[in-house]
Ligand binder design. Structure first.
Ligand code: UD1
Ligand code: CA
Length: 464
């Protein structure tokens, strides 16, 4: 039997410990807001309704989490986690008869598998409330799960309110992920304001229900999955945990990382066998890297497709582009969005490419700007070539057909077309199309003034 399950994610809190103007749940872990991770994890359970409680920075959160599956409920006064769930429960967006999975929006490492296991144990034991717990003596700030001599859960005491005796006895920590049946939610109104913090603690419901019904269960999971983010330090620690997980997944598939802790790899990245990734590299967004590639240090690749056997040399930035097999990019190259670099292409030092197609076997080895250009096969672009694509109002196109040779220090003023196998002489400013097979030269004629230097020197002597 599939039960009716809905989800409430608590994401309204102030996040004071972040010391930030940005709502805590929008702080990014490897390129995505931390809240997005909880949303993705719960989606695997196919809940009937997915509700996020927002409050602090609610407009920013709604805007950033632009997802048709998510409904938002506003907690107007941030009176604690207990109040946040009460507000959600009163909203028509949360079905009154459903089992509700409640989780904090600040624990991005949670997995669908762990949530499913919790659900299974909850049903097996016939609880009306179950939650995830874990043990990690190095952490503080979490609620502590209290159990009686029989091992049954009797309540949760928040770390800041726990006595040192309680701390030494109760080492099991509350993960902030709960499954509640409607009977459990009915007790929400019984939660009283904490006298020292002025908040309604959701955790108090555990104390109430265990006293009234006893049908409460806490189930341990791996600490790495359940850790929350309250401070910048924790943001860093959780980022490193996820990063390590992503990298070890790739290593298991045959990718070499020279110094894994200095590379940052987003969860949506794939990399093929025998690719080697050097230190200080960032592989971001939905990036696919093929087999046998080398990514040298200082490189960032965002949302791009890199085919097999590509070498990306040091300090290169590639964004929203495609690099086909066998090409060599960099060092110090910038491939900007919308570029498609063909097979066996060379893009060298200080070359910027924007929204440009470069055909197979073409080369732009040094100091060049190629913007809004269509470049054929086997084209040679000399050092210092500039496509002048912008006239201050419009962006115009440069077409360079296959086999053309562009001499060094040329400016190609777009819109302009260089025909097949045409030559542009070094230092030319090309404003008109160059037909196929033609040499175009546009520069002042060279004059050699004989004995000019001797005359100049003798002039200087006389003055002295
Ligand atoms: C909470 C638990 C603690 C548990 C820990 C796990 C309570 C009282 N304590 O503590 O037992 O070990 O999580 O990570 O629940 N929120 C709202 N509205 C509010 C206050 C908070 O929506 O008025 C949201 C926050 O945005 C956050 C979540 O609830 O996503 C948890 O709040 P937070 O302040 O981080 O609770 P912790 O102190 O971590
Ligand atoms: Ca927290």
């Amino acid at each position: 039997m599939r039960m009716n399950l809905s989800v409430v994610i608590l994401a309204a809190g102030r996040g004071n410990r972040m010391k930030s103007l940005i709502p805590k749940v929008l702080h990014e872990v490897l390129g995505r807001p931390m809240l997005q991770y909880s949303i993705d994890a719960v989606k695997a359970l196919r809940p009937k309704k997915l509700v996020v409680v927002v409050g602090n920075g609610s407009e920013a959160v709604r805007k950033r989490i632009d997802d048709n599956d998510v409904a938002f409920v506003l907690q107007k006064r941030l009176l604690g986690t207990g109040n946040a769930l009460s507000v959600a429960r009163k909203s028509p967006k949360v079905p009154g008869k459903d089992t509700i999975l409640v989780l904090n929006g600040d624990c991005p490492l949670i997995t669908a598998a762990t949530l499913k296991t919790l659900l299974k144990k909850h049903r097996r034991d016939g609880n009306i409330l179950s939650f995830l717990s874990f043990i990690d003596d190095s952490l503080s700030g979490y609620g502590r799960v209290m159990r009686n001599d029989n091992g049954n859960v009797t309540g949760i005491v928040e770390d800041k309110h726990a006595t040192s005796k309680e701390k030494s006895i109760f080492r099991e920590l509350n993960g902030g992920v709960y499954i509640m049946e409607p009977e459990a939610l009915d007790w929400l109104g019984r939660i009283r304001k904490n006298s020292s913090s002025g908040e309604f603690y959701l955790t108090d419901i555990v104390n109430i229900i265990s006293k009234k019904t006893g049908k409460v269960g806490a189930y341990q999971c791996a600490p790495e999955e359940i850790r929350g983010i309250n401070s910048r330090e924790e943001l860093h620690e959780i980022t490193m945990l996820l990063n390590r997980k992503n990298i070890s997944k790739l290593m298991k598939k045959g990718v070499t990382f020279i110094k894994p802790d200095s590379s940052f790899v987003h969860s949506s990245v794939s990399v093929g066998k025998d690719t080697v990734i050097y230190p200080n590299t960032f592989i971001e967004g939905r990036t696919e890297i093929g087999k046998n590639c080398i990514i040298f240090p200082g490189t960032r690749i965002y949302q791009s497709i890199i085919s097999d056997g590509v070498t990306v040399k040091d300090n290169t930035l590639i964004e929203e582009s495609r690099i086909r097999s066998g090409s060599v990019i960099g060092p110090f190259a910038h491939i900007r969005p919308g570029s498609i670099i063909g097979r066996n292409v060379k893009i060298g030092n200080f070359v910027e490419v924007k929204k440009t197609r470069v055909g197979d076997g073409s080369k732009a080895s040094h100091l060049t700007y190629l913007g809004d250009a269509e470049i054929g096969r086997e084209v040679n672009i000399g050092a210092g070539t500039i496509t002048c694509n912008y006239d201050g109002v419009d962006k115009c196109k440069t077409v360079i057909e296959s086999g053309a040779f562009i001499g060094s220090d040329s400016q190609l003023v777009a819109p302009v077309k260089i025909g097949k196998s045409a030559y542009v002489a070094a230092g030319s400013t090309i404003t008109k199309d160059v037909p196929e097979g033609t040499l175009s030269i546009s520069r002042a004629k060279q004059k050699n003034l004989k004995k000019w230097v001797t005359r100049k020197q003798s002039g200087v002597k006389k003055k002295n």
